[in-house]
Design a binder for this molecule. Structure first.
Ligand code: NAD
Length: 363
C-alpha cells in the first residue's frame, strides 16, 4: 500500500484489486430502490477499534467518483484516528444524490438500517450535507451513531473542538518554526470563516494576532468582519499576503503549484481536509520553500476526538486534555521533518501505521 494518497482510483483495475490496493477490510454497497438510497460504506481498518467516520451526501457525477471518495476518505480516517491516539478504526460513508432534492426521513432511516446491520463495526457521524438532526433520524434505526445534539446526550457540534486542535497544532508548528509558541503579533491568514474558521479566529484574536480573512459567502464574511478585529482580503488575494501563517479552513487542494509560487509564509496550519493537492509533490515543495506544513489530518482531529468522547462516555474536560496532546505529536513530526528533510505528511502517516502494526501483533 502506498503511504501517500492518490488523487484518483485507477479505473482500469477490478474493484477487488482496487480494494486490495487501498487495504480495505470491507465495502458495503447499500441499494434501497423504495427510498432511492444508494450509499457506500467503506470500512478500512478496524485493528484499533470500530471504524468511525462521518457520512457525507453528495451529488457525485458518477458511481466511480463516489467509490473513490468512500475509499479515500475511509482510509484517511484510519490514519487520523490512529495518530490521534483514539481506539478507533477508519471508516466513512457516502450517500449518492443531491441532498437538497433527495434527503428525506425515509432515505435516512433506510441508511440507518444498513449501518445497524454492520453490528457496530462502523459508527457513523455527520459530514458534508448532514446535520445533527439527520443523525437523530439515523439514530432511530441504530445505536451506532455519534455527533448527536447535546440535548440528546450527544457531544454536539464538533467544530469548536476542531478549532481547538487546529490552534494547538498551529502553536506547535510556530514553536518549531520561530522558537516560541506565542502567536502574539503573528500575521495569520484564515481562509474560510465558517464553523471552524470562526472559532479559530477567537483563539487568534485572544493571542493578539494580526488576522486576515477571506470568505466566499458574503453574509458570513459580514458577520465575522463586524464581530472580530480582522482585515478582509479578496478570495484570491489571500495567497499574495506578507504573512507568517496561512490557515486553510475552507476547502482542500489549496496548497498547489500555483499557490506555492505565491505564498509568503513560514507555516501552513489549518483545519481543511486534504490541503495538499498532491500529498507527495506539494508536501515536498513546502519543504523546498522553507514552509512548515502541519499535517491537516493530525491537527484537525479535535472533531473526531469529540465524537469519540461520546463512544467512551468521556466528558469535555477529557476531550480538551486529549486534544492538547496533539501539540507534542505535531512538534515531534515537524522536528523529524526538518531533521531528515522529509515530507511531514509522510512521517505522520508512517507514525499512524506503526501504531496499527504494533497493535496488530497483540491481536
Ligand atoms: P463550513 O462549511 O462551516 O466553513 C467553510 C467556509 O469556507 C464556508 O463558510 C465557505 O463559504 C467558505 N469557503 C469555501 N470556499 C472558499 C474559498 N475559496 N475562499 C474562502 N472561503 C471559502 O465548514 P467547517 O465545518 O468550518 O469546515 C471547514 C473545513 O475543515 C472543511 O474542509 C472541513 O472538511 C474541515 N474539517 C471540519 C471539521 C469540523 O469539525 N467541522 C473537522 C475536520 C475537518
Amino acid at each position: 500500500m502506498d503511504t501517500l494518497q492518490k488523487d484518483n482510483v485507477d479505473q482500469s483495475k477490478s474493484i477487488f484489486d482496487i480494494i486490495e490496493e487501498f487495504g480495505h477490510e470491507q465495502i458495503t454497497f447499500c441499494n434501497n430502490p423504495a427510498t432511492g438510497l444508494k450509499a457506500i460504506i467503506g470500512i478500512h481498518d478496524t485493528t484499533l477499534g470500530p471504524a468511525l467516520g462521518g457520512t457525507r451526501m453528495w451529488n457525485y457525477s458518477s458511481d466511480q467518483e463516489a467509490i473513490t471518495d468512500a475509499l479515500r476518505l475511509s482510509r484517511g480516517m484510519t490514519f487520523k484516528n490512529a495518530l490521534a491516539g483514539l481506539n478507533l478504526g477508519g471508516g466513512k460513508a457516502v450517500i449518492i444524490g443531491d441532498p437538497r432534492l433527495k434527503k428525506n426521513e425515509g432515505l435516512l432511516r433506510a441508511y440507518g438500517k444498513y449501518v445497524n446491520n454492520l453490528g457496530g463495526k462502523y459508527i457513523t457521524a455527520e459530514d458534508v450535507s448532514m446535520t445533527t438532526t439527520d443523525m437523530e433520524v439515523i439514530a432511530s434505526q441504530t445505536k451506532h451513531v455519534v455527533g448527536l445534539p447535546k440535548s440528546r446526550g450527544g457531544s454536539g457540534d464538533p467544530s469548536p473542538y476542531t478549532a481547538y486542535s487546529t490552534y494547538m497544532g498551529m502553536k506547535a508548528a510556530v514553536k518549531v518554526a520561530f522558537g516560541t509558541d506565542s502567536l502574539e503579533g503573528k500575521k495569520v491568514a484564515v481562509q474560510g470563516t465558517g464553523h471552524v474558521g470562526e472559532y479559530l479566529i477567537q483563539y487568534l484574536e485572544k493571542e493578539g494576532c494580526k488576522i486576515f480573512v477571506s470568505e466566499y459567502y458574503e453574509p458570513i464574511l459580514k458577520k465575522v468582519a463586524s464581530k472580530y478585529n480582522v482585515e478582509v482580503v479578496g478570495l484570491d488575494d489571500i495567497y499574495d499576503l506578507d504573512i507568517d501563517i496561512y490557515a486553510p479552513c475552507a476547502l482542500g487542494g489549496t496548497v498547489n503549484d500555483d499557490t506555492l509560487n505565491r505564498l509568503r509564509c513560514q507555516v501552513i496550519a489549518g483545519c481543511a481536509n486534504n490541503q495538499l493537492k498532491e500529498e507527495k509533490k506539494h508536501g515536498e515543495a513546502c519543504i523546498k520553500k522553507g514552509i512548515l506544513y502541519a499535517p491537516d489530518f493530525l491537527i484537525n482531529s479535535g472533531g473526531v476526538t469529540n465524537c469519540y468522547s461520546e463512544v467512551i462516555r468521556a466528558d469535555q474536560e477529557w476531550t480538551k486534555k486529549h486534544i492538547e496532546t496533539f501539540y507534542g505529536t505535531t512538534m515531534e513530526i515537524l522536528k523529524d521533518s526538518l531533521k531528515d528533510n522529509r515530507n511531514p505528511q509522510e512521517i505522520a502517516i508512517e507514525k499512524a501505521m506503526s501504531r496499527i502494526s504494533l497493535v496488530k501483533k497483540s491481536l
